[in-house]
Design a protein around this ligand. Structure first.
Ligand SMILES: Cc1cc2nc3c(=O)[nH]c(=O)nc-3n(C[C@H](O)[C@H](O)[C@H](O)COP(=O)(O)O)c2cc1C
Length: 219
């Protein structure tokens, strides 16, 4: 009888294990985002009244693809197709801030021109995206990375100043979108940046500036 129990347990273990391996082996694909819904949103003054940092982010309720599309477009999408300029300003229009999107499934790069997500790593990097527990379980963590290779011949201190400033605009756009849509978010500076950069396999000129988890409130 004991032998039989062991055999059944063994078969169940193998089947579940194989299922997990099969699921994990499914390669990440590019995600074409739906067009952003530009006729949405509450009046600006009410959104500003509600803008706040919220850390009660539910790990369970995911954002829809439409919400992710709207969120990323609001953050730094192209709002003037003729010039390719964006919802957030950058010093000398260097557009050096990339948004990486970390989810349980893996890491993606928001490709602004194509308004899509390009797969970067089939690994959950959220545990390195912030020291606070709610960051590591948020359904979406935005990681703001400055690519200093796009910043021309500036001094190191100027590069640091402009990339931090430019990230602030993107982050505030995320705050405002979340306030408009009733989502929870908070910008995060408490990040082990070298650890996160290593996990993301960034080039030396790519600097992690801040992260920003987004999700529904757990309350
Ligand atoms: C650059 C920056 C870094 C921050 N880092 C963190 C952080 O690591 N963890 C956190 O919980 N909140 C962080 N915050 C959020 C602030 O604590 C929050 O903005 C402040 O308490 C004011 O609250 P409010 O955003 O609701 O007005 C950060 C805010 C800024 C602007």
């Amino acid at each position: 009888m004991q032998k039989m129990t062991r055999l059944v347990a063994g078969v169940v273990f193998v089947v579940i294990g194989w299922g997990l391996v099969a699921a994990a082996a499914e390669p990440l694909k590019p995600v074409v985002l739906p067009a952003p819904q530009l006729d949405k949103g509450r009046p600006l003054m009410q959104v500003l009244k509600d803008r706040q940092s919220r850390r009660d982010i539910s790990p369970d309720k995911k954002l829809s693809l439409q919400e992710l599309s709207d969120l990323l477009w609001a953050a730094c999408g192209i709002n003037r197709p003729d010039s390719g300029k964006r919802t957030a300003p950058t010093a000398s229009n260097s557009q050096e801030i990339d948004i990486y999107v970390a989810t349980a499934e893996g890491l993606f790069l928001y490709e602004v021109k194509g308004h899509k997500l390009d797969p970067v790593l089939q690994e959950d990097v959220r545990q390195a995206a912030g020291k606070q527990a709610f960051v590591q379980t948020a359904p979406v963590v935005l990681i703001f990375v400055a690519d200093e290779a796009r910043m021309g011949r500036r001094s190191e201190s100027d590069k640091a100043f402009y990339s931090a400033t430019d990230t602030g605009f993107v982050s505030q756009n995320v705050y405002l979108y979340c306030a408009s849509e009733g989502l929870a978010t908070v910008v995060i500076g408490m990040v082990d940046k070298p650890k996160l950069a290593a996990k993301m396999k960034l080039r030396p000129e790519q600097k992690v500036i801040l992260t920003q988890p987004v999700g529904y409130s757990a309350k």
